[in-house]
Design a protein around this ligand. Structure first.
Ligand SMILES: *[C@@H]1O[C@H](CO)[C@@H](O)[C@H](O)[C@H]1NC(C)=O
Ligand SMILES: *[C@@H]1O[C@H](CO)[C@@H](O)[C@H](O)[C@H]1NC(C)=O
Ligand SMILES: *[C@@H]1O[C@H](CO)[C@@H](O)[C@H](O)[C@H]1NC(C)=O
Ligand SMILES: *[C@@H]1O[C@H](CO)[C@@H](O)[C@H](O)[C@H]1NC(C)=O
Ligand SMILES: *[C@@H]1O[C@H](CO)[C@@H](O)[C@H](O)[C@H]1NC(C)=O
Length: 718
């Protein structure tokens, strides 16, 4: 499926709308109503202009719109036909307009709007005229006489007639893409037909509408056909597979008109009760970045490239759109839904509509192609797998098929990386890329699988949460060697679960042992050693592209193909990775490269991992260090920190610790600093220290602590 994301942008209630059009540069929609009014709507501000009202529908009125206030001026008004005019077509280059009732008339506005030609042939009303976008001398007409006729300017009789509809034809449109000579029509027989106007045959009939089809549109950009009907629905069909992708019903009664615009994803729809603008788009952009910072994406069918390196040393702020120069690389033969670099970045695979094409990443030369439901790269750059159907997976090496394989419980999804993952109703199975031997079956329904570069860690993300697992390759090798610990679900000890986190991962990647991801609530986080660190709160849905260690930055893209970045220090990630691997030699080497302001964050991480001593050494935050010193029983360090902080609270905490360690001298000093007379009294009496009791009595009296003063004098018999 196309996975088109459909959003309603504007709902404008009005009387019956018989025609809609989108302005090519302003955010305006023009709607002409059955009652004779014309309305202009601004779909950004949602403000309407005052409708301009026409009294006589049989007069043609040409309008221009004043740019700022959207004022409509009547340029010329003339009587053209004796019956209702149902359609106007404006020639894209010549000063012509075409109008119709039963006849079609051509008007030349450079010749004072004279009627310079009449086209005769239809035997009933003509409902719509469209000019061929690929040949401006040709136009087609749809008529209630059940036919479509194709005409040449300059010849008053039709070039040919297309017959096939059983009832009146209401609407037609030309396909504007270069590859197919197609026309589409919709009729009162509830059918939509696609015609090849070169060999004059009907190539496809789309069935589904439950009432008269009133409008048809080949979208000028997206690979879709949009049809509207008096059944109140708008249907979206794939323009090459003719599969019905979506049915939209906005409850505005009958649909009368549809209009798309080149270069835009907005589509205007006109109904009995008003008009609607919908925005069609892909949920997830087809884009991919290699490890050097070259990004390839698809803008509709056009492949474009941008290079992070070409930005130079311009200062980059977190979350700001990067000023990238975009280079066109040519168009793709399929409508791309995903683009993926292979691990070494030499190739990219473009997938869409059950097909894939592998291109060289540099020049976009096609290297291999075929049909596939899904395509995944292996960890080894020369290998990949395709899912051919719900039961067959094929593995390729160096573009040659290496293995044809039918997983036991079928294949509903495949996942690339260190092991080949195959999803079925029974869960997930991991296979060895080399011999397709089962490594382990896991009862889980994954959405995404992300392997770390080392192949030691893997994240399995589901609809609700994600799991981090460690892959124990030695145990797998040992089991395979000894043939022990192998069940029908594979090698029991292949994985160790490190944790489950209740967050929904949208996109993710590993840097060392740190798993960086975007979540369903638009947070940019990373997970390391059981801890989640939030890097940023994103203001919209973003997709992770990659991490460039040299830049200390993480790159993300959005649906509109904007690229933004966030700072994330490689030294911090490396340090955390070293700690996770218990490699303190490496950690100590990395530590000096971590800026001072990041040290406390790292120290908190160390503390959570149980390395308090290291945390105390690394932390630069006195509060944190004091806490750690207390936990570690480091009295000297804690004392020093308490002296610096001069905080009563700290002295109290330290006193407690000193007492528990029988350091009564220190405890006494601390209690004095904390002016804790109760504590001092307890200490003095419990230790039977008469001198201390005497000193305390004086101090307490001086400070007006009468209860303690009384008690201490009393104890001394004074
Ligand atoms: C036609 O409909 C529009 C919008 O619903 C309304 O503003 C206008 O007054 C109507 N015009 C006539 C002539 O009824
Ligand atoms: C129809 O148009 C084509 C050119 O598009 C021309 O070659 C052909 O002779 C025309 N046929 C008729 C019947 O006019
Ligand atoms: C006409 O062309 C289409 C391709 O556009 C092809 O599928 C169809 O078979 C052709 N029909 C005839 C009768 O040649
Ligand atoms: C469909 O068109 C026919 C004329 O072909 C018309 O009589 C009928 O009322 C239309 N259907 C609806 C639902 O308006
Ligand atoms: C790939 O290129 C070859 C020749 O360069 C061409 O014949 C083939 O049609 C192309 N295939 C695709 C899917 O682009």
């Amino acid at each position: 499926p196309l996975r088109l994301d459909i959003k309603r942008k504007l709902t404008a209630r009005s009387d019956r709308v018989k025609s809609v059009d989108l302005h090519p540069s302003e955010p305006w929609m023009l709607a002409s109503l059955y009652n004779g009014s014309v309305c202009v709507w601004n779909h950004e501000t949602q403000v309407t202009s005052r409708p301009y009202v026409f009294q006589h529908l049989q007069y043609i009125t040409i309008l221009t719109s004043g740019i700022q206030q959207c004022v409509l001026h009547v340029l010329h008004m003339f009587e053209a036909h004796s019956d209702y005019i149902r359609c106007i077509a404006v020639h894209p280059t010549q000063p012509y307009i075409l109008t119709n009732d039963m006849l079609i008339k051509l008007w030349d506005w450079e010749k004072k709007w004279s009627c310079s030609q009449v086209f005769e042939g239809h035997t009933h009303y003509v409902m719509q005229i469209v000019i061929n976008p690929k040949d401006n001398n040709q136009f087609a007409s749809a008529s209630l006489d059940r036919t479509i006729k194709v005409w040449q300017l300059g010849s008053s009789s039709p070039n040919f007639t297309l017959e096939g509809h059983d009832k009146g034809v209401n609407c037609i449109d030309y396909y504007s893409g270069g590859d197919k000579p197609y026309l589409i029509s919709g009729a009162d027989d509830r059918l939509v037909k696609i015609w090849d106007y070169q060999n004059k045959t009907c190539v496809q009939t789309l069935e589904g509408h439950a009432q008269n089809v009133s409008c048809v549109n080949f979208h000028p950009e997206l690979p879709i056909i949009i049809t509207g009907s008096e059944d109140g629905t708008v249907r979206i069909w794939h323009s090459s597979t003719y599969r019905l992708e979506s049915t939209l019903n906005y409850g505005m009664e009958r649909v009368w008109c549809v209009s798309g615009l080149r270069g835009s994803n907005n589509v205007a729809l006109g109904y009995d009760e008003g008009s609607i603008i919908i925005k069609l788009g892909r949920e997830e952009p087809a884009m991919s970045m290699d490890t050097s910072g070259k990004i390839i994406w698809a803008k509709h069918s056009e492949i474009q490239q941008a290079n992070l390196k070409a930005m130079g040393d311009a200062e980059i702020k977190d979350g700001e759109r990067l000023p990238l120069a975009v280079k066109d690389m040519g168009s793709c033969e399929i409508y791309p839904q995903t683009i993926q670099h292979n691990p070494n970045g030499r190739f990219v695979v473009v997938c869409g509509d059950g097909e894939y094409i592998i291109y060289t990443a540099m020049a976009l030369r096609n290297k291999s192609f075929g049909s596939a439901q899904e395509f995944v790269w292996a960890h080894d750059s020369s290998e990949y797998a395709i899912r051919e159907s719900s039961s067959v997976v094929k593995i390729f090496k160096n573009f040659k098929e290496k293995k044809y394989f039918k997983p036991d419980f079928g294949a509903e999804g495949i996942y690339g990386g260190f092991l080949l993952g195959v999803r079925s109703v029974n869960g997930l199975a991991f296979y060895d890329w080399d011999n397709t031997e089962l490594i382990r079956r896991i009862e889980i329904q994954p959405k995404h699988i992300f392997w770390s570069d080392s192949g030691e860690l893997v994240c399995i993300a589901t609809e609700e949460s994600f799991f981090i697992l460690r892959y124990l390759s030695e145990k797998v090798a040992a089991s395979q060697e000894s043939n022990e610990g192998i069940t029908e679900d594979g090698i029991e000890d292949a994985f160790e679960v490190l944790g489950e986190i209740q967050e929904v991962v949208k996109t993710g990647l590993w840097v060392g042992d740190c798993f960086i991801y975007t979540s369903s609530v638009n947070r940019l986080n990373y997970f390391v050693g059981g801890e989640i660190v939030t890097i940023a709160h994103l203001d919209r849905t973003m997709y992770l592209l990659g991490y460039i260690p040299k830049d200390d930055r993480l790159y993300l893209g959005d649906k509109e193909l904007n690229i933004v970045s966030y700072s994330l220090l490689v030294s911090v990630l490396e340090y955390q990775t070293a700690v996770m691997r218990r490699d303190f030699g490496m950690a100590d080497k990395v530590l000096p490269t971590i800026p001072k302001e990041q040290r406390t964050r790292v120290a908190h991480f160390l503390e959570k991992q149980g390395f308090k001593q290291q945390a105390l050494a690394v932390s630069t935050d006195p509060e944190h260090r004091f806490e750690l010193a207390l936990q570690l029983g480091e009295l000297k360090i804690a004392y020093q920190l308490a002296v610096e902080a001069e905080s009563e609270q700290k002295w109290k905490q330290l006193a407690e610790l000193a007492i528990s360690k029988c350091q009564f001298g220190l405890a006494q000093e601390c209690l004095h600093h904390a002016q804790d007379y109760g504590g001092l009294l307890l200490l003095a009496t419990a230790s039977g220290n008469a001198a201390m009791v005497a000193k305390l009595a004086e101090g307490a009296e001086r400070d007006g602590k009468n209860n303690v003063a009384f008690m201490t004098y009393f104890l001394q018999g004074k």
